[in-house]
Write a protein that binds this ligand. Sequence first.
Ligand SMILES: C[S@@+](CC[C@H](N)C(=O)[O-])C[C@H]1O[C@@H](n2cnc3c(N)ncnc32)[C@H](O)[C@@H]1O
Length: 278
Amino acid sequence: MPSKNSSFPPDIDTSTPSPARLYDYYLGGKDNFASDRQAAQRLYAKIPELRSMALANRMWLRRVVKHMAQAGIHQFIDIGSGLPTQDPVHQVAHRHAPGCRAVYVDNDPIVLVHARALLADDPATTTVVEGDLRDPRAILTHPETRRLIDFTQPVGLLLIAVLHFLRDADHPYGVVRQLRDALCPGSQLAISHVDNTTAPERAAFLESVYAASSAPGQTRSHHDIAAFFNGLEPVDPGLAYVSDWRPESGDTYFPPEKAWVYGGIGRILRPAATDAHE
Ligand SMILES: C[S@@+](CC[C@H](N)C(=O)[O-])C[C@H]1O[C@@H](n2cnc3c(N)ncnc32)[C@H](O)[C@@H]1O
């Protein structure tokens, strides 16, 4: 077991599965431990489509960043960024608009180690922040966020496959509201989130296995996920299964039963103060 690997800081708990490492496993990565693989095998027995869900979500993320970069958004905050496997956000963005900047935020120590190692060579356009989505103020005021992000200019806020790690007790709607309120008009918010209505029994099983991980979570319905966008202008086609959201010919299409994940983008139209009473 690689728990003694000296390149990892001591706060990495290899005995408890972590969402970042489980996701890495689904995507065919190598940055996972025995505890992650055992949890993944339990999950695969009932939810073999977890791999296609992760792949569909990752392809959707690329289309989202492309859309935002082409819409003139050149700075991104990616919260719950995960292990920087293939095609991290800034690389996707650079293909469409060179010079885009990205702040990667995560609370998993292994993500931070890998992200810092891989992204260190380009401090002018990327940075890594240790932050918890449940404390949005700390993320927004972090000196590294302030160094790279100009909040008077549009920002692409990416909450991709992370909000389902906030349970209702964590006040996810208040968290998203606080983040939205920091962004100027022209900014866009992208969310993807595991759904609990297409395959309710499998969603419940997913929650039960993740309950023993380092980040227990909560799946939600289309209605409850759409509520994160209240007051924003939806970008076509609105909140949809990620494979149905502006599919591109190079991307594999997964039907809803193979990828029960919703994704959508909302545009911020007005300064925060004017929609305070929506
Ligand atoms: C399923 S991965 C998604 C990675 C990437 N956003 C993507 O969609 O490809 C979820 C990530 O969210 C991170 N995460 C979970 N809860 C978090 C929290 N409260 N604050 C910050 N990051 C969190 C995990 O560590 C993990 O890296």
